[in-house]
Design a protein around this ligand. Structure first.
Ligand SMILES: [Zn+2]
Length: 103
């Protein structure tokens, strides 16, 4: 591993994140072609990143849905209200209330 390798390996991440400049890309690719250990490292990181990206894409909707469900909770309460009417008899009234709580 040379000092050049260290520099290339540091920049692999910005290449994978799409943050490297065209000049940097050319530099790194030139190095990777001539340096199998760095190329291997690059491929491992690229594969890892692709895997993470794929996982995130698959998990995001479910995760997002869970967040939405958690933030908006419909609380349905059934209240039984016992009141006394003017005639003195008990009147039972059921009140169904749906409350939307936004977190
Ligand atoms: Zn190298």
């Amino acid at each position: 591993m040379s000092a050049e390798c260290d520099g290339v390996l540091e920049r692999i991440y910005s290449v994978l994140d799409g943050e490297a400049t065209v000049a940097e890309l050319a530099d790194i690719h030139r190095h990777l072609e001539a340096c199998p250990p760095c190329l291997e490292e690059y491929e491992v990181e690229a594969a890892l990143k692709a895997l993470v990206r794929r996982c995130c894409v698959e998990q995001a909707p479910a995760d997002l849905r869970a967040k939405i469900v958690a933030s908006i909770t419909r609380v349905q309460t059934v209240q039984t209200v016992t009141a006394r009417s003017a005639e003195g008899t008990s009147v039972v009234t059921r009140v169904t209330r749906t409350t939307t709580v936004e977190g």
